[in-house]
Design a protein around this ligand. Structure first.
Ligand SMILES: NC(=O)c1ccc[n+]([C@@H]2O[C@H](COP(=O)([O-])OP(=O)(O)OC[C@H]3O[C@@H](n4cnc5c(N)ncnc54)[C@H](O)[C@@H]3O)[C@@H](O)[C@H]2O)c1
Length: 360
């Protein structure tokens, strides 16, 4: 059969609203073969709605299928590293939702598994594939020497948006406690960052769930911060602020989950001769553009402004295209596990700064 055979493990909100429509759009190249979910209802109904040949509740059964070349891992975060390792052992290429792992130790085991398997692993940092982001990268030098950077990502979880726009297949009989990520991940978080306050461990969770997108996007534009100068958390860990040192300039970094009613997601760069401002929207409504505004000031003070709002390519479609390209070329170029490691290292530095603040 033509196309790369895809298996999906975890069929909740992200799979149904973001990945399955993207795969359907790219059906000439990527073929949905089988889906797996812990819930029988979800697995069976998702398979029926999206035309998968098979469904299962057992990830191992899916990974044993010879007609599956690659898997999407989109189950809760605490399962990512173990499921990805099992997929690699089964000879599959892997697109793993962020975060690739909950700790540096787990990520290093996954990196070792990737090397043994000689397969592609790509991490789901889809913001890198937004058209506005690609233009921002290409035109960054035009704003001159960078003086200040601000990254902010204050979101609501998007549940109302999803309810308003999608007929999601859910399992109403599932035990709500098993869906409580904050509670279930607590043990792994303790292993990752040690005994600390609830507020700091919530802030680390915020970095894993949300902040890794921002760290990745920032790193893609400017490289990794040299060090974390300062970090602070509020709202029981639902807000996190940090300042990064980039040598000649600093970057303000702010995250928040469910502390504002309307999501605000952006990267702003102020250069000596211009500014670049990129704003994302929650991804659940597809094809909404990231809005990029570039303002350049000439020698007499006149400003020229360019606004880019391309609706052409959804960022998740771009992510899947890059994954298919990486499989074809035999090498992952962006959003590799080593990229993810840099983000986890920065997250660990932020946690250290939070701990220091807490003892002052
Ligand atoms: N890239 C993005 O912008 C983005 C957006 C949302 C979520 N995500 C990521 O996607 C992943 C899933 O998030 P979600 O919002 O869809 O969560 P969700 O709770 O809606 O869905 C998770 C699904 O996985 C199933 N599941 C639980 N344990 C499982 C297991 N061991 N094996 C197989 N299935 C299992 C659940 O029954 C559920 O259907 C998370 O890692 C999250 O970080 C990414």
């Amino acid at each position: 059969m033509a196309g790369i055979g895809i298996g999906i493990i975890g069929c909740g909100k992200a799979t149904q609203t973001l990945h399955l429509p993207s795969l359907q759009q790219l059906s000439g190249r990527l073929r949905i073969v089988a889906v797996c979910d812990a819930s029988t209802t979800v697995a069976r109904e998702v398979a029926a709605r999206w035309g998968a040949d098979r469904w299962t509740t057992d990830p191992a059964a899916l990974l044993a299928s010879a007609d599956i070349d690659a898997v999407l891992i989109c189950n809760p975060n605490r399962f990512h590293a173990a499921t990805a390792t099992a997929a690699l052992a089964g000879g599959k290429h892997v697109l793993v939702e962020k975060p690739a792992a909950m700790s540096l130790a787990d990520l290093d085991e996954l990196i070792a598994a990737e090397q043994r398997a000689n397969r592609i692993v790509q991490v789901g940092y889809m913001r890198r594939f937004a058209h506005g982001y690609e233009i921002a990268r290409a035109r960054l030098a035009e704003i001159g020497t960078i003086r200040l950077v601000r990254v902010y990502d204050l979101i609501d979880a998007g549940l109302q948006l999803i309810a308003d726009t999608t007929d999601l297949i859910r399992d109403s009989t599932a035990d709500p406690a098993s869906l409580n990520l904050m509670q279930d991940e607590a043990v792994m978080i303790r292993q990752a960052i040690g005994e600390t306050t609830t507020e700091i461990s919530n802030a680390y969770q915020l970095l894993l769930r949300l902040g890794c997108h921002d760290l990745s996007a920032l790193r893609g534009l400017l490289g990794r911060p040299r060090k974390v100068l300062h970090a602070v958390t509020r709202c029981d860990g639902a807000y996190l602020g940090a300042t990064f040192d980039y040598g000649d300039f600093v970057c303000r970094f702010d995250l928040g989950l469910n502390i504002v009613r309307t999501s605000r997601i952006g990267i702003e760069l102020v250069g000596a001769v211009g500014t670049l401002s990129l704003n994302y929207q929650l991804p659940y409504v597809r094809h909404l553009p990231a809005r990029l505004v570039i303002t350049l000031t000439d020698a007499v003070g006149d400003e020229v402004r360019a606004v880019h709002e391309s609706r052409g390519k959804d960022q998740f479609v771009g992510e899947w295209q890059e994954f298919a390209d990486a499989i074809a070329r035999g090498r992952a170029q962006v959003n590799t596990l080593r990229d993810a490691r840099e983000d986890l290292e920065t997250a660990a530095e932020i946690v250290e700064a939070l701990k220091q603040m807490a003892t002052r």
